[in-house]
Every structure is written in C-alpha cells, then in structure tokens.
Write a protein that binds this ligand. Structure first.
Ligand SMILES: NC(=O)C1=CN([C@@H]2O[C@H](COP(=O)(O)OP(=O)(O)OC[C@H]3O[C@@H](n4cnc5c(N)ncnc54)[C@H](OP(=O)(O)O)[C@@H]3O)[C@@H](O)[C@H]2O)C=CC1
Ligand SMILES: N[C@@H](CC=O)C(=O)O
Ligand code: NA
Length: 429
C-alpha cells in the first residue's frame, strides 16, 4: 500500500469517508493505493457502522499525528480543541492534512497555513464549505484566473431547510426548528446554524480564497434567522421575493479595495438563481471577470456528500505524494500574508425591507416618506394591506441606500408619535 491515512474522528463524516475508501471499485484507481492505517475516536466501546480491526481503532489521537508511518492526517472530529493542536502537530511532523472543520479554519487559518507553508505540506478543506459541492478547489484553481467580484451563497443547510418549510407551509420558526432537530439536520444545540455563525465561518473561508487575503472572523457581520417571522415571509412572497440566509462577500462598489463580508437573512427576487435552492441543499454563486456568473449547487452536508469532498482531497494529496517534487504546488497552498480590508456594515449600500406597525391615522405614510427623504432614502414601494389588532401594518422597500443613512432615518421614525414599533428590518439582494 502506498499512502497511509490517520483519520481523527469516526462520526458522520469519518464513517462516510471510511465507507467510501473501503469500496473503491468503480472509483479512481489511485484510491486503491490508500490505506486506512489508524482511526482515532473518543470511545472504543461505541458500536460502529464500519468494520475496522482493533489495531486500527484507537483513542490515542496524539499517537496518530506523531506516528512516522502516517502520510496524511484527516481531521473529521470537529470542535476547536484538540482539533487545532492535533492539526498543528501533524503539520509540524511533516504530514499533509485534510480537514472538514470550518470552525477551526475560520479562526486559526492564519496559524495553520503558516505552519503548513513552513513545513512544506498542504492543508486541504473541500468538505469545510458546501459539504460535497466542489467549491474550494474551483476557487483555488479553475476560477483563480478571474478577478472575483462577489461570492454569494446559501451555505447552511439547516437554516435553508427551516426557511423553506416556513415559506411552503406558513409554519413558525420554533415548530420547524424542533422538526429539523428531530430529523437530525440541526444540532442538539442549533446556535451555530440558526444564528448564522456556521455560515460566517464558511463565507470567511470563501472570501479569503476568492479575494486573496486573510479574513478576521470578527469583521464578518452576522445575523441569524431567529427574527424571521411568517408575516415577513408572506409579505416577501406578495412582493415577489423569498427569504434566504445569504452569506455574501463582495467588493464594495464605491471603494474597490474594501470588501463587504456578511451573513444575514435576505429578500431574494423569485427570479434569482439562489431563490430556487430549497431544503437542506446549498448553492454558491461566484461572479468574476471575465467568466461572469457560475453557480455551484448540491448537498452541503451528510455522510456521503462530505465523504466525497474529503476523499477527493485525499486523492489529490496521494497523487502529490506519488509525484512529489521539492517545490510546493502554489495552487494547493494558501500563501496569503495580508488581511483583506472589510468595510463596516454602516458603509454597505443595499436595498431594505422594513415592516412598521403604526397608529391608523391620516398622514402616517407621508411622515415616513419625509423622514426617509431627510436622509436621502428613496422608496421603491410602500404597501399597507394588513392590520394587527388596531395597528396598521406598513411595509416599505427602499432603493439602494447607505446602511448608516437608513439607520439614522429609522431612529428618527421610531420617535414619531404615530409609530408603534418596527418589528422587521431585512436587506434585499
Ligand atoms: N456532518 C456533516 O454533514 C458535516 C460535517 N462537517 C464537519 O466535519 C467535522 C465532523 O463532523 P461530524 O462527522 O458530523 O461529527 P460527529 O460528531 O458525528 O463525529 C465526531 C467524531 O470525532 C470523534 N471525536 C470528537 N472529539 C474527540 C476527542 N476529543 N477525542 C477523540 N475523538 C473525538 C468522535 O468520537 P466518538 O465516535 O467516539 O464519539 C466522533 O467519532 C466537523 O468539523 C463538522 O463541522 C462538514 C460538513 C458537513
Ligand atoms: N450544520 C451544517 C452542516 C455542515 O456544514 C449545515 O446545516 O449546513
Ligand atoms: Na465543498
């Protein structure tokens, strides 16, 4: 056998990967050269869906990353520690690493890629974003001759499943979340998915690859979907939109050197290609020059899909090990030293959807219009159809406006005696 793997973790992704590598007939012939040499887990007593001999399965993960026989360490255990330390130790020992761990890469990517470059080895992470969808390698290789202008994705399956069901059934967020947990899509603690943190990790990684610089995760603006109500979904529908949790990295149109990198629920026109991505599926739309628009679509999670991505990284490394030269392949490394400049959210120029509850009295719409006008906010549509109790419901969609100016107008509107509350504020793609 040619290439020896030390796999850290045998959960959903680890099990899928072992299953794929144990059934190589009909797949790339080089997979036959790959040996599952060690697999590290927490509990040796747990029943497993794959058969592995007792010499292969171990609870000593440090021994795997320190074993001179291991060529490639596959980190599919998740979490920040000990995953980060084990990856760093593997790199220090001159081993290539494959990881599915977006949380570790988004937080410690600078440290990890610096260590890899110093050791002359590679860190591959295709499964970390979009699960089985090939998007990391295309951004690093096939698309890297383009100047990338925007990467816009639905990169979290759990939230897309919740929003899709709220849209199609008119259900409440809490009810659908409970179902998503029961079906195993959402974690027992769904915070990272629902609050947009998982999507923020993923767009930080995509932005770094697309725009050629490191990203400080704390600069990524992040809002989740807890505040999205079925009322807003219904209004959006009437206005020709669906609501999606989008992760966006884009060159600021006014300041070319600055990026806007953000995650938030967004009204997407029903005619936009991302509007029809439903359920647990993911899609990533890349816009570049000269290529134009390219969209990647597919399963963003699950054992088989993620195993496909992890195994393709393993295959690339196995090929590299067999043809190895002294110089690293620059299309495999991540050699950015500088950080991207990210604009504050107040500088974002976008359209807004806002829902107001107001006293039902003459002149309210006029007062709203005057306040908006004072801050240069131009309105695309104003709709008053519903009532909640005795309050009138007014929905406004703006033209493009600087977010800081829009928020100043809202602060003034909030103080108008006729305004009861502003239950919703969403951006429009
Ligand atoms: N699930 C998915 O669809 C996707 C997951 N990912 C990423 O892949 C990674 C793995 O996810 P997933 O397979 O779902 O996770 P699971 O929770 O299903 O599996 C984790 C595995 O790692 C082992 N493990 C965890 N911590 C330790 C530890 N401290 N010491 C020893 N073993 C440990 C567990 O051992 P034991 O079995 O003994 O408990 C288990 O086998 C994560 O980074 C995740 O974000 C990325 C894309 C999709
Ligand atoms: N929790 C994630 C799974 C993989 O990254 C999701 O819901 O998309
Ligand atoms: Na992927």
């Amino acid at each position: 056998m040619g290439v020896k793997l030390g796999i850290l973790g045998l959960g959903t992704v680890g099990t899928g990967t072992v299953q794929l590598l144990q059934n190589v007939i009909g797949r790339h012939p080089l997979l036959q050269e790959i040996e599952i040499y060690r697999v590290g887990v927490r509990s040796l007593d747990k029943p497993r869906a794959v058969e592995l001999s007792t010499e292969i399965l171990t609870a000593n993960l440090e021994a795997i990353v320190n074993d001179p026989a291991v060529d490639i360490v596959v980190e599919v255990m998740g979490g920040l520690e000990p995953a980060r330390s084990l990856i760093l130790q593997a790199l220090k020992n001159g081993k290539h690493v494959v990881t599915a761990n977006k949380a570790v890469i988004a937080r410690f990517g600078a440290e990890i890629f610096t260590a890899a470059n110093q050791a002359g080895v590679y860190v591959m992470l295709e499964a970390a974003v979009g699960g089985g969808i090939p998007v990391i390698q295309p951004l690093k290789q096939s698309l890297s001759v383009n100047q990338i202008n925007a990467v816009t994705g639905i990169v979290n399956g759990t939230t897309n499943y919740i929003l899709t069901r709220m849209q199609t059934e008119g259900s409440n967020f809490d009810d659908v979340l409970a179902d998503a947990q029961r079906l195993g899509y959402a974690e027992a603690d769904p915070t990272a998915d629902v609050d947009g943190l998982d999507a923020a990790d993923k767009i930080a990684i995509l932005a770094s690859l697309g725009f050629g610089g490191r990203i400080h995760l704390e600069d990524v603006y992040c809002e989740g979907i807890r505040q999205v109500s079925k009322t807003d979904i219904a209004y959006a529908e009437k206005l020709g939109f669906v609501i999606k949790l989008l992760a966006i990295a884009k060159r600021q149109s006014n300041k070319n050197s600055q990026l806007s990198v953000r995650v938030h629920p967004t009204l997407v026109s029903k005619t936009h290609p991302l509007a029809s991505i439903n359920g647990v599926y993911n899609a990533i739309l890349v816009e570049g020059e000269p290529i134009g628009q390219v969209m990647f679509f597919g399963p963003g999670a699950g054992a088989g899909a993620t195993a496909s991505a992890v195994s393709s990284d393993i295959l690339n490394l196995a090929a590299t090990l067999q043809t190895s030269t002294a110089n690293p392949n620059p299309l495999f490394t991540c050699g950015h030293d500088d950080y991207c400049e990210i604009a504050p959210i107040a500088e974002l120029v976008t359209r807004f959807y806002t829902r107001f509850l107001t006293k039902d009295q003459p002149g309210v719409i006029g007062k709203l219009g005057t306040c908006f006008g004072n801050y240069g906010v131009s309105l695309e549509s104003v709709v008053q159809t519903g009532f909640q109790e005795k309050l009138a419901e007014i929905v406004v969609v703006t033209h493009d406006v600087r977010e800081g100016d829009f928020r100043q107008a809202l602060a003034e509107i909030r103080d108008l005696p006729a305004i009861d509350s502003i239950p919703s504020l969403l951006r429009v793609l």
